[in-house]
Write a protein that binds this ligand. Structure first.
Ligand code: DX5
Ligand code: ZN
Length: 311
């Protein structure tokens, strides 16, 4: 987890496949937030890695969320198997030569299984290629290297696509992510953070000889948040991703009603009892939302602002 905004998904592509158990334990200890699993078929990309069985065995090794990145030609044929293998999110490439309707169906299949659905955009593809699919998407993954191998050099010119992708999700208050994949390290994290990347995929930088993996994870997150602060926050640090904020305190029935209206608008909410338990007295409830949607929620439901509450 961690306190800031940026999150790290570790790509195990350059890990020692002979000892996945050790690699996964090491990444867990280093504080990565998720694992990013690169599936390659030797057709969509020249390289071949692994399939759903390896995903399933990694699923048994860890409780970390698994982001599966499919670099394969026919995602529609295999998607069910990756769902069964225990993937938490499945992202395939918008460039695959399947009809639009099939791609859309695949995204819906992923979502129906209650996993997050994503499309990845290769360096030469414009971000606009994903626009028609946005209603069926939870993730847009911007590639900052050509898909195929770990350890390649970051393509700086692709970074602005992160902001372009985020703009497509703007009308949705919550529940989407921009991933950036390829050549991310402490050197490049600030750039992608400055364009608003949520999830930074980090591969070879975590497995470099002599590097302390935990320190690299901390540095990548720190620099990404620093980039966000400078470029997006106008000097203010980002709101921590896992922070919940109280937006109202109301009698039980009203709090529950408000919470339901929030959920209808796509805002997750928590309703919690306040104060001590006194027999015969029904305590009020606080309604909480993720810090990142506090301002939106207060505006939408006319709840006033935190400063006013304090007056
Ligand atoms: C590239 C893969 C990436 C890659 C990241 O095809 O999708 O996930 O392994 O590794 P690094 O960080 O080494 O570029
Ligand atoms: Zn990847």
């Amino acid at each position: 987890m961690g306190t800031g905004r940026a999150r790290v998904a570790a790509s195990i592509l350059t890990a020692d496949f002979g000892n996945l158990y050790r690699a996964v334990r090491k990444l867990e200890k280093a504080g990565v937030d998720r694992l990013h699993l690169d599936v390659m078929d030797g057709h969509f990309v020249p390289n071949i890695t692994f399939g759903p069985d390896v995903v399933a065995s990694i699923r048994h090794l860890t409780k970390l969320p698994l982001d599966v990145h499919l670099m394969i030609s026919e995602p529609s044929r295999y998607v069910e198997r990756f769902i069964k293998a225990g993937s938490d999110s499945i992202t395939f490439h918008v460039e695959v030569e399947e009809p639009d309707e099939v791609k859309r169906e695949t995204l819906r299949t992923i979502r129906t299984a209650r996993r997050a659905s994503g499309l990845a955009v290769s360096p030469k593809t414009p971000t606009s290629a994903v626009e028609p699919y946005v209603p069926d998407l939870d993730i847009i993954m911007i590639m900052t290297v050509e898909p195929g191998w770990g350890g390649q050099k970051f393509i700086r010119g692709c970074a602005p696509k992160i902001a372009e992708a985020a703009a497509y999700f703007k009308p949705r208050p919550h529940g989407w992510e921009i991933h950036v994949d390829g050549g991310i390290s402490r050197e490049t994290a600030e750039i992608v953070g400055g364009f608003g990347a949520d999830i930074l995929v980090v591969g070879s930088a975590l497995f470099e000889r002599g590097h302390d993996t935990a320190r690299e994870v901390r540095l990548v997150k720190m620099f990404a948040d620093e980039g966000w602060r400078k470029e997006i926050g106008k000097g203010e640090p980002p709101i921590p991703r896992d922070e919940w904020r109280v937006v109202a305190q109301l009698p039980k029935a009203e709090a529950e009603h408000l919470s339901r209206r929030m959920e209808e608008k796509g805002i997750p909410s928590l309703v919690m009892r306040t104060g001590p338990l006194i027999e015969g007295v029904e305590p009020e409830r606080v309604v909480m939302v993720p810090g990142t949607v506090e301002v939106y929620t207060r505006k939408t439901f006319k709840l006033g602002f935190a400063e006013e509450d304090e007056l």
